[in-house]
Design a protein around this ligand. Structure first.
Ligand code: FAD
Length: 340
């Protein structure tokens, strides 16, 4: 409970219904985590016998096809706040509009992707509404009618289960990549509703003067991930070339990140990112549980390690027991011939 906040009455809590998912988009491009959350939200809404509601904000989003796609991916209803004030993203109009809708419509559960955007504005909704907010959630489930939000705690040594019995909505930001993306079903039907926009430039304290999009890796979206560990002793060059040939991204273990061989945004694991690519190639990685947690939903895993007893082989579909320095040049040559 927020400091100083009283518990809502049981009647207040009971007045809340529906599972909400924030569908984050920038310039018409939807963050993949939003579709993942709709998949999870569909399960939760079915279990609770409530509606799944998608919330879309932006300029021109009403006609963008995004609301229809949200329905195809599981939403029963879509609330659309369409206004130039929502483009480009700023925390104050997003937070204020979301807060208003929460107070007006009273959702039971609200899920927001744990992206830069979601983490930026979620607190602006949770604090004034006295909702709980579980950040960086990796598991969500209903156990004995109780909604449980789980997230790593104590630097990843423990998994904390967080409940929010006395306030609504039960809010969380959710780590991208931890849930499946539902395939769209174009035959699904739902309602699209334009909502009143309650924010204005006069109440908005920030102004975007310039936007610079840096080269920020998003390993969670890649279909191929080539990951390296301490066994490489810093020699990531062959991994970059392999990823390039396969149209993938390079990732790493925490130890490799801590060595400074690669940037933290590319760390896979409990305290890094969760990836579920079609192909995960682990090179010189032992397969510690904290690493495996971030990649064990990959479709196919190939491990290259010179120790036949390395635990990574237990999580691999194909294993090559060999010095990476022997394997990589051959593999690259083969692929250059095939694909180059
Ligand atoms: P090592 O365990 O040192 O393994 C190196 C491997 O390379 C060995 O298996 C070795 O046989 C192999 N090798 C050596 N030479 C060669 C060669 N020439 N060719 C082929 N193979 C070779 N780790 C993460 O990755 N992500 C996390 O998010 C994460 N979070 C953590 C959170 C907590 C709270 C803690 C305590 C730890 C966390 N860790 C995390 C660290 C984790 O426990 C391991 O220490 C780490 O994953 C090991 O990294 P590694 O596999 O690169 O190194």
């Amino acid at each position: 409970m927020a400091a100083g906040a009283q518990a809502d009455t049981a009647a207040d809590v009971a007045a809340h219904s529906d599972v909400w998912v924030f569908v984050e988009q920038h310039d018409g491009e939807v963050a993949k985590v939003a579709w993942e959350l709709l998949g999870k939200g569909r399960d939760l809404a079915d279990q609770k016998d409530e509606d799944l509601v998608a919330l879309v904000m932006g300029e021109g989003v009403r006609e963008s096809g995004i609301p229809d796609e949200a329905i195809a991916r599981g939403a029963d209803r879509v609330l659309v706040a369409d206004d130039p004030i929502f483009e480009p993203y700023r925390a104050d109009p997003y937070g204020e509009q979301f807060r208003h809708l929460v107070e007006e419509r009273k959702p039971d559960i609200a899920m927001i992707g744990g992206t830069h955007t979601g983490r930026d504005f979620a607190g602006r909704v949770a604090v004034p509404t006295h909702a709980g907010l579980t950040a960086d959630t990796t598991e969500l489930e209903i156990t004995d009618e109780r909604y449980e939000m789980r997230r790593p705690a104590f630097g990843g040594d423990a998994l904390a289960t967080i409940i929010c019995p006395n306030h609504r909505p039960q809010m969380s930001t959710v780590r991208p990549g931890v849930f499946d993306t539902p395939d769209p079903d174009e035959s699904r039907e739902g309602e699209i509703e334009g909502v009143d926009v309650v924010v204005s430039e006069d109440d908005t304290r920030s102004e975007v003067l310039e936007r610079e999009v840096g080269d920020v890796a998003d390993i969670t979206d890649a279909e191929v991930v080539v990951a390296g560990g301490m066994g490489l002793e810093g020699d990531f060059d062959p991994l970059w070339e392999l990823a390039d040939l396969l149209g993938g991204e390079v990732a790493a273990t925490r130890e490799a990140v801590e060595e400074g061989w690669i940037e933290p945004a590319r760390q896979v694991g409990q305290t890094g990112k969760t990836v579920r690519p079609k192909l995960y190639i682990a090179v010189g990685i032992s397969g510690a549980i904290q690493h495996v947690e971030g990649m064990d939903d990959s479709e196919t895993v190939i491990a290259i390690n010179n120790d036949p007893n390395a635990p990574i082989f237990e999580n691999a579909d194909y294993g090559i027991v060999e010095d990476y320095a022997e394997v990589m040049p051959e593999l690259l040559e083969l692929l250059r011939e095939e694909l180059g």
